[in-house]
Design a protein around this ligand. Structure first.
Ligand code: ADE
Ligand code: ZN
Length: 338
């Protein structure tokens, strides 16, 4: 029988919560800084890694937005995406739905199309190279206002048929989903799916707003739903997918340690929880590392791991026949390694 690490690496899975800017490894930061002649406030890769100590989401965001400044050209975005997909493929990822934050770039004078074209090029290459399919999710930065979000949705128009969904990220507390009700309605009218970060640091009320006002198709994080039994029942009954990010939760001090992570409690409550990496270059691991950490910290067995992988395909925005094809491959894998 193969060991747990190998079982996890080979387990067919989808990744549904990955900020592509959060996959910028320090080595690549230096490479992009050099080729674009951008100054960075670190002398070495070790110094960058040493700076990745966070006590909350905002601590991290300040460093993450600063790091993104080295991304300047389509080639940078293409290389960034391809590096992520290479790692994801090695982790057994068959399909990924990746976030990007266009406002982080347009606010620095980088046109929307530079990020979009570069990422789409990397996505096409990853499919040719690894057979790994992907979809793109445009996230609005919630610390900015509604007008800025509408402006971004306008800039996205030439690419709208290559964007699957809109999302909502950045500083959660003080920026409730209700702030973006109208822009999410406009995105829905364009045929886009909707996801939102809610209940990462914010209260259960923000999850209710994401459901009722933004009409989300998927909930990013959602951990704080566990504080409200009625909300848990509603999420479980409706089959809402939660994109849970264990190493992120620990690194941002939303969970005291991986041994105390609620991933198994979520499954036991009937929630459709999935495991994802969020910002792997900043939080100490890619998706398989997240599965491994959760498995060790919470003593998950192979059946639990298969359930988490199954949930990732069920929660994806793939058409039903592709979901069925992935589930059949997953079942065959599980049977071969029971
Ligand atoms: N942007 C990148 N990672 C994020 C996270 N975990 N929460 C909110 N916004 C983010
Ligand atoms: Zn996130």
């Amino acid at each position: 029988m193969i060991d747990t690490d190998s079982f996890i690496a080979g387990l067919p899975k989808a990744e549904l919560h990955l900020h592509i800017e959060g996959s910028l490894e320090p080595e690549q930061m230096f490479e992009f800084a050099r080729r674009n002649q951008v100054a960075i406030p670190y002398a070495s890769v070790e110094e960058v890694r040493a700076a990745y100590q966070f006590s909350n989401l905002q601590d991290f965001l300040d460093i993450y937005y600063a790091g993104a400044d080295v991304l300047r050209t389509e080639e940078d975005f293409r290389d960034l995406a391809l590096a992520y997909f290479d790692r994801a493929a090695a982790d057994g990822v068959r399909h990924a739905e990746i976030f990007f934050d266009p406002q982080t770039h347009t606010d620095r004078g980088i046109p929307f199309g530079v990020a979009a074209n570069g990422l789409l090029a990397g996505m096409a290459e990853a499919e040719a190279k690894h057979g790994l399919t992907s979809k793109l999710i445009l996230c609005f930065l919630r610390h900015l206002d509604e007008e800025e979000a509408f402006k971004t949705l306008g800039q996205a128009q030439p690419w709208i048929d290559r964007i699957e969904a809109v999302g909502l990220d950045s500083s959660e507390v003080g920026h409730p989903p209700s702030k973006f009700e109208r822009v999410f309605a406009a995105a829905a009218a364009m045929g886009l799916k909707r996801v939102a970060h809610a209940g990462e640091e914010g209260p259960p009320e923000y999850i209710y707003e994401a459901l009722d006002l933004l009409k989300i198709d998927r909930l990013d994080h959602g951990n704080r739903a566990l504080e409200n039994p009625d909300l848990v029942t509603r999420l479980a009954r409706s089959g809402m997918t939660l994109t849970v990010c264990p190493l992120s939760n620990v690194k941002l001090c939303n969970v005291a340690s991986i041994d105390e992570h609620p991933i198994d409690r979520m499954l036991a409550l009937g929630l459709r929880a999935t495991i994802n990496s969020d910002d792997p270059a900043y939080f100490g691991g890619y998706v398989a590392d997240n599965y491994r950490a959760a498995a060790a910290g919470r003593r998950l067995d192979r059946k639990d791991l298969v359930t988490l992988a199954r949930n990732s395909f069920l929660g994806s925005f793939l058409p039903d026949e592709e979901v069925s094809r992935h589930l059949a491959a997953l079942d065959a894998y599980a049977e071969a390694h029971a």
